[in-house]
Design a protein around this ligand. Structure first.
Ligand code: NDP
Length: 266
């Protein structure tokens, strides 16, 4: 797995668990990559012909998108990938973040169809989950981002591409949201998005893609605003990893035991 920072990643533990389920001998490790070194690092990794695939995390998901020579539909739409698969002399790029998030919502019995969703953030993670939310037939999506041009560019990409009403938050400021997803890294620093608390007035599900050993700052805010159902990104992490594993080995790992052990470990 390539990223920067990377030390916090639980992916090696997760993939070791999946590999054990199928008695696959797997060497999955973390590689800290300096800015500008992604191509060199990934090239060197795949020069070993036993390397079947890799994961890519922030800030290299867009660079990885440009590195592979074939893309899945989800990856094409997202413009960012988290999974590289080597197959028949090609490198395929896949984005499992969106399907992982949707799988986590399903695991937690959160219905997406017809719901009004606010996404906070417009980086690689937000880009990755948008296509899956559209496919899950949410009713509307509003996007807030500190750098408004990034939110506008995402909205423009989707306006022509889907029946779902995708707008910037500033166009939807008077709307109510059923589900609010924090797709920023703010909770890692205990910080909060600069939005009025009124965004939570109709919200019944708050999702923070960040996961910590304690309640994240965003989920604390959601709790104090009366949001009943609050989820952090640990379930998404496990589900997106299970999908990467499937792409490499054509086997679906069971995620339920791992969800319990990872929570217990923290
Ligand atoms: P990026 O670096 O691509 O994007 C970061 C996002 O956070 C941008 O929207 C950025 O806004 C915003 N942001 C960062 N700092 C601030 C700040 N001080 N104030 C306001 N906004 C801020 O990261 P990713 O999109 O890849 O990841 C975002 C988070 O989601 C990460 O913490 C990552 O760990 C987590 N994640 C979790 C996953 C899981 O499986 N649970 C999967 C993928 C990601 P701006 O554009 O203005 O810079």
């Amino acid at each position: 797995m390539f990223g920067n920072p990377i030390s916090q990643s639980k992916s090696p533990i997760i993939h070791a668990n999946f590999a054990k389920q199928f008695s696959i001998e797997l060497d999955y490790s973390k590689q800290l990559v300096e800015q500008g070194d992604f191509e060199k690092s990934v090239g060197s990794f795949f020069s070993d012909h036993t390397s079947v695939g890799a994961n890519v995390t922030s800030p290299f998901k867009e660079e990885a998108f440009n590195w592979v020579d074939k893309l899945s539909e989800a990856a094409q739409v997202a413009g960012a990938i988290n999974t590289i698969i080597r197959k028949d002399d090609h490198f395929y790029g896949e984005n499992t973040d969106g399907a992982g998030l949707v799988a986590d919502f399903a695991f937690n019995n959160v219905e997406l169809k017809g719901k009004r969703v606010l996404i906070i953030g417009a980086g690689g993670a937000a880009k990755g989950v948008l296509p899956a939310l559209v496919r899950a037939q949410v009713h509307a999506i509003a996007i807030y981002n500190r750098t408004s041009a990034r939110a506008e560019s995402l909205v423009n990409d989707y306006k022509t591409r889907s029946d779902v009403n995708v707008t910037t938050y500033s166009e939807a400021v008077n709307e109510k949201f059923d589900i609010i997803i924090n797709a920023t890294s703010l909770s890692l620093k205990g910080e909060l998005p600069p939005l009025s608390n009124h965004v939570f007035s109709d919200c019944h599900v708050a999702y923070d893609m960040v996961y910590l050993s304690h309640e994240t700052s965003f989920l604390t805010l959601a709790r104090t605003q009366g949001v009943k159902h609050r989820l952090d990104g640990l379930g998404m992490l496990v589900e997106q990893a299970a999908l990467s594993f499937f792409h490499w080995f054509n086997k679906h790992p069971d995620t339920s035991e791992l969800r319990r052990t990872l929570i217990a470990r923290d």
